[in-house]
Design a protein. Structure first.
Length: 256
């Protein structure tokens, strides 16, 4: 099956780890012909809305806080709207606006509780958005992100109180390993207030963290075990420069 250039560009962007989308976009824009730049921009916009990203270290752009009447995104906590600039990967064009939706009584308390939770649980970078749906319902988007290009790793996790947890980790030193994890949650909180929502997020993250670790350990001990070349185990440092004629393997080679 053959792909045209626009289909290939779309596929590359849609499979890019979130922490690398800016670099992928910049590289694609520099090599594709002018006729395909529109495809790059449009696909990145769709990617951002679907996956959600952190902007300026605090704002969230996602499909959950997208303004239905413009290209902008809502920050309901500060009652502002903003655009997402693809080239700079920044939030721009801020404007004050009054949302046409009722805020729950616990809204401000929830925002403050999420700020504290993020500082305690995400030491690198995090952002969140609390979207009021009605006077009794909210959608919470919480994203924690860690980028470490020096060690060839990127990782991002996001969670929504409406019921899904996603984890995406990319390790690319001398290879290309990527962990994609998604879990749908169908569970009600014990109490529908700020502390109840944050406790629900905390308990869910802890439970799924142990689940991922358990699954990874199972893969490591079983599936991955048979992919490795079996080598002798030694607690001594081997001087490979003197291996020939000194160690048994080297002696066998010399005798051959």
């Amino acid at each position: 099956m053959s792909l045209n250039l626009n289909d290939l560009v779309t596929q590359i962007i849609n499979t890019a780890p979130i922490g690398e989308i800016n670099e992928v976009t910049r590289n694609l824009s520099s090599i594709v012909p002018p006729s395909s730049t529109t495809t790059v921009s449009k696909t990145v916009e769709e990617y951002v809305e679907e996956n959600g990203i952190i902007l300026l270290g605090q704002y969230i752009a996602s499909k959950y806080n997208k303004d239905s009447n413009s290209t902008k995104f809502w920050d309901y906590a500060s009652k502002q709207k903003f655009n997402y600039d693809i080239k700079s990967n920044r939030a721009i064009d801020f404007e004050r606006a009054e949302p046409l939706v009722a805020y729950p009584l616990f809204y401000r308390e929830l925002v403050e509780a999420l700020q504290t939770y993020g500082e305690d649980h995400y030491p690198s970078e995090f952002g969140y958005a609390v979207i009021p749906v009605s006077g009794e319902e909210v959608v919470v988007v919480l994203i924690g992100q860690k980028t470490n290009p020096e060690n060839f790793t990127q990782g991002v996790g996001s969670q929504h109180t409406i019921g899904s947890v996603k984890l995406d980790i990319h390790y690319y030193e001398d290879g290309n390993v990527r962990l994609n994890f998604e879990e749908n949650i169908d569970q009600s909180t014990a109490s529908f207030d700020a502390s109840g929502i944050v406790n629900f997020i905390n308990n869910t993250e802890n439970k799924l963290t142990f689940k991922v670790i358990e699954e990874f350990n199972t893969l490591n001990k079983n599936t991955f075990k048979y992919l490795r070349r079996l080598l002798p185990v030694t607690k001594s440092k081997i001087n490979w420069g003197k291996a020939i004629g000194t160690y048994k393997l080297g002696t066998d080679v010399v005798n051959q």
